[in-house]
Design a protein around this ligand. Structure first.
Ligand SMILES: C[S@@+](CC[C@H](N)C(=O)[O-])C[C@H]1O[C@@H](n2cnc3c(N)ncnc32)[C@H](O)[C@@H]1O
Length: 310
């Protein structure tokens, strides 16, 4: 039956693919390469697919996460709220030297320097478009001495042992090949007692997504299959890789419904700046929108992890 379901779903996805030769070719390239850089170059300047405006609007915030919608009602507010949530879990504060793995367009780094007064951020990212655009934005704000952004992988961080106070990864660690190699790198570069914090997408507790459709989703987004495990297993692996005092907070009810309501408006033609979402208690309780993720990749939990170098 699972195979039949896969075929049914695949045929529905296929309808969209065959609408234009360009779309089909793009999907084939994404699947063949399975590389985050290819996926993010295709996304362009917007977190939602097919909303790329080619960097025409200088004032457009360039968040690339699903947002934290507990209080936020616009996408820029939700992107910033998620960055704050992670910063609080990481205990970012004045004097901190921070390694940021997967910084997108650098929006979060500008916020962490501005609101949390961290001393220095070194960012690594494998998407050259992100590095180029983010560096320009940092320079334009006169912050190049405090935010140093580099083309490098979170699994091979160009920093000395025991050289940073905090390591953070905002909605990026599911891409790392592998996430456990990143844990090792984070542990290596953290000072004794330093803290790692991630905002990460994982399967819901006890779920083991499998099958062709999920596999295609992972390949398309550049998510290694070895990273597909739930939050309990995540904690075990953090501990195996030399972390202790692990804190775990699932925030899925304040992520998926807001993004769902926001995407509804954008897909109906409302601009990012005009989209204000209404999220009902029922939306939150039912975790509205999570079914989209259940169908493609099975990453239906959204979790903030924080742990100390043992
Ligand atoms: C979903 S985006 C999140 C961007 C940003 N943190 C935000 O919240 O707006 C994931 C980011 O991780 C980066 N990334 C993926 N694999 C990476 C790796 N191995 N090392 C460093 N960055 C990576 C991508 O290029 C992208 O910038």
């Amino acid at each position: 039956m699972a195979v039949l379901d896969d075929i049914k779903q695949l045929s529905q996805v296929g309808v969209g693919l065959f609408r234009s030769p360009g779309a089909l070719l793009r999907e084939l390239v994404l699947l063949a390469r399975s590389n985050p850089e290819n996926y993010y170059e295709f996304l362009g300047d917007d977190v939602l697919e097919a909303q790329d405006q080619g960097f025409e609007l200088a004032e457009k915030p360039l968040w690339l996460n699903l947002g934290y919608w507990e209080q936020a009602r616009t996408y820029p507010e939700a992107g910033a709220a998620l960055a704050r949530k992670l910063a609080q879990a990481a205990r970012l504060g004045p004097g901190d030297v921070v390694l940021d793995a997967g910084f997108g367009f650098g929006e979060q780094d500008l916020l962490w320097v501005g609101e949390f007064d961290v001393a220095k951020i070194i960012g690594v990212n494998v998407t050259s478009l992100h590095v180029e655009v983010a560096k320009k934005r940092v320079e334009a704000r006169g912050l190049a001495d405090r935010i140093d952004l580099r083309l490098a992988s979170a699994t091979e961080i160009p920093l000395d042992d025991a050289s940073v106070d905090k390591v953070v990864a905002l909605e990026s660690a599911f891409h790392f090949d592998t996430r456990e190699d990143f844990f090792d790198e984070a542990r290596r570069i953290l000072k004794p007692g330093g803290r790692l914090a991630t905002a990460d997408c994982v399967p819901y507790l006890g779920e083991h997504p499998s099958g062709l459709i999920n596999w295609l989703g992972w390949r398309r987004w550049g998510v290694p299959q070895v990273n597909i495990y739930d939050r309990d297993e995540y904690v075990r692996r953090l501990e195996q890789h030399g972390f202790k005092d692990v804190e775990v907070e699932s925030i899925r009810h304040h992520v998926f419904p807001g993004m769902h309501r926001y995407a509804e408006q954008r897909n109906a033609g409302v601009a990012m700046h005009d989209a204000r979402v209404e999220i009902s208690e029922a939306d939150v309780q039912s975790c509205l929108g999570v079914e989209v993720w259940a169908k493609q990749g099975g990453l239906t939990d959204y979790v903030i992890f924080s742990a100390v170098k043992a």
